[in-house]
Design a protein around this ligand. Sequence first.
Ligand code: GLY
Length: 308
Amino acid sequence: MSIIIVHGGIETGTEAPFLEVLREAALSGYRSLARGHLDAAEEAVKILEKCPLFNAGYGSVLNLEGEVEMDASIMDGYSGRFGAVAAIDNVAHPVTIARLVLEETSHVLLAGRGATSFARVKGFPMVNCIAPTMLKAWQKVRDAMGKGAGTGASPFTGLPAQAIDACDTVGCVVSHRGMLAAASSTGGSFLKMPGRVGDTPLPGGGIFASRRCAVVCTGLGEAFVETLTAKYVESLVADGLHPQEAAEKAIIRLTLEKRAAGGMVVVDHQNRYGVAYNSTTFPVALVHDGKIQDNFTPKKMPRYNTCG
Ligand code: GLY
């Protein structure tokens, strides 16, 4: 029995093109299970990093300086090993570099220039991750701000909330033969300060996996870090709560404590799962024993409007 859940980030489109890529990612992850649960999680996230519809890899949002800086991580619930990169630039697949940090270094997190140099040493070429759509969105908002207007844009998309094309973190959780994995990747928040790091590469904040539970989060990174939401969810599930109840409890807590927008996908060692969010949209794909579950709907909690 195996389950793979992938998400495309809050405030991301739920139209066919988005869902098709998410399904492709989940199925591709499933096919990679033969190589292992970490391979499945990495493969699913790589598909999303490659697609400019999502805020990860190519198509990431731009920071204040008009640059892309990305965070990514992967965690093996079975071994408890974690690897991550933060503020890395010009690499096609930050999640793969995070996995190399896990497997080939004695560290858990490489940041900035060190992370990018590590990728080059490992043979990954320089790749421009700025998609034309995101450059245009950045230029438009910078022009508006120059005239004294607010951004009017989602911090997760860089786009007007009603014209959603791309969005926040992407992530994947895997349960395969009692072994759990989580992987996540993001361009972070739109117009962030250079060097800003969110929850995605911080274990316990935006990602966690143990022998009981794997969880990945999306949304306002600072809020997830300050509340250690991923670890909170894992602890609830380890204490016996159903992953769906744990996800809903965590989203309510995030709303009450931080008034922050977010979503999460959770799976446990018994192949039970939970998905909840409190924003406008949260596209998700779920594969159970090789089949896409079309009748699956993430639980929408009371809405929190993030438009700036
Ligand atoms: N959740 C992604 C970030 O805040 O960076």
